[in-house]
Design a protein around this ligand. Structure first.
Ligand SMILES: [Zn+2]
Length: 303
């Protein structure tokens, strides 16, 4: 629902999440939807933004240094079977890629970036890597930030769904084991704990209350229900009669949407999922009111 709404109604959107690994710096996974006038549809235009080749060492020495230090995968495959990305003799990230003369979009809708067999290579320890090992990058971003920034083009809804799943995946966990060496009869099961792992980086990030997730525009969850089957949330200790007699207990977003349609004529041109584009949900008043600024998109959820 999000993807459909984005494609139809919005000019741009961005979503990101910060992922903390067990060590090292945090990773940002950023998904950007471009305005229709800037949308890249032709493979030739992909080449202007994304490159998967080793830069010319003489012409662009700084970019060459950054790419060879930060944007080379592995080495793995036949040159280094012991690389952490290898599983059952194959690279789990599908490197080395194939040499390709020009960027194409394959039959599945995935981009295959240009990686010319031009004899250019970089020596990494005792291994030699060529264009097949370059992680796709954007020249301007690398020169500006001098950091590992992988830039990919995605258009197919399948890859977008995958990214959404990826940007929403859960926290890192560790299984910790504790041994009491002085006690012979320790309970093995009790000794294992599934722990949430918090690195120093993440601790600082949270202390400063930096965003872990960000969405622009925001997404409104739109519940729906059958007549007389509004969900009611209450605390364990509350008296059920009091709960039912609360003034706004029956004013769900769904029913309030119907009420708003009675009041505002412009509301009648919008479906329920389009509603957050032009109306704002006021939780305290349990009412939809015409939106004055910004925008939001709707997503249906079963209550
Ligand atoms: Zn690999």
């Amino acid at each position: 629902m999000i993807i459909k709404s984005l494609a139809v109604f919005l000019d741009y959107a961005v979503i990101y999440t910060i992922e903390f690994q067990k060590r090292g710096l945090p990773h940002a996974h950023i998904l950007v939807f471009l305005c229709s006038e800037f949308r890249v549809v032709h493979p030739n235009n992909i080449d202007k933004i994304i490159c998967a080749e080793i830069p010319n060492k003489e012409r662009e020495p700084r970019l060459y240094d950054i790419v060879s230090t930060l944007m080379i995968h592995g080495p793995c495959g036949d040159q280094r079977q012991g690389s952490p990305c290898m599983f059952n003799g194959k690279c789990t990230k599908y490197f080395p890629k194939k040499f390709v003369d020009s960027t194409v979009i394959d039959s599945e809708g995935y981009p295959v970036y240009r990686r010319r067999d031009n004899g250019v290579f970089i020596k990494k320890g005792d291994a030699f890597v060529d264009n097949r090992y370059v992680v796709p990058y954007n020249r301007t971003l690398l020169l500006k930030y001098n950091a590992h920034i992988n830039v990919e083009w995605c258009n197919q809804s399948r890859s977008i769904k995958y990214l959404f799943k990826y940007v929403n995946k859960g926290h890192d966990r560790v299984t910790a084991t504790f041994y009491n060496t002085s006690d012979e009869s320790y309970d093995e099961i009790k000794m294992y704990y599934d722990c949430r792992y918090l690195s120093a980086c993440e601790a600082i990030w949270r202390i400063f209350s930096f965003d872990i997730n960000y969405r622009e525009p925001s997404v409104d969850r739109l519940g729906f229900h059958l007549e007389g089957e509004e969900p009611v949330v209450f605390e364990d200790h509350e008296d059920l009669e009091d709960v039912i007699n609360k003034p706004h207990v029956r004013d769900t977003k769904f029913l309030a949407w119907m009420e708003a349609n009675k009041i505002y004529s412009e509301a009648r041109d919008l479906t329920y999922s389009e509603f957050p584009l032009k109306f704002v949900w006021k939780a305290s008043e349990r009412k939809w009111t015409p939106r004055k600024q910004g925008q939001s998109i709707g997503r249906y959820t079963m209550l």
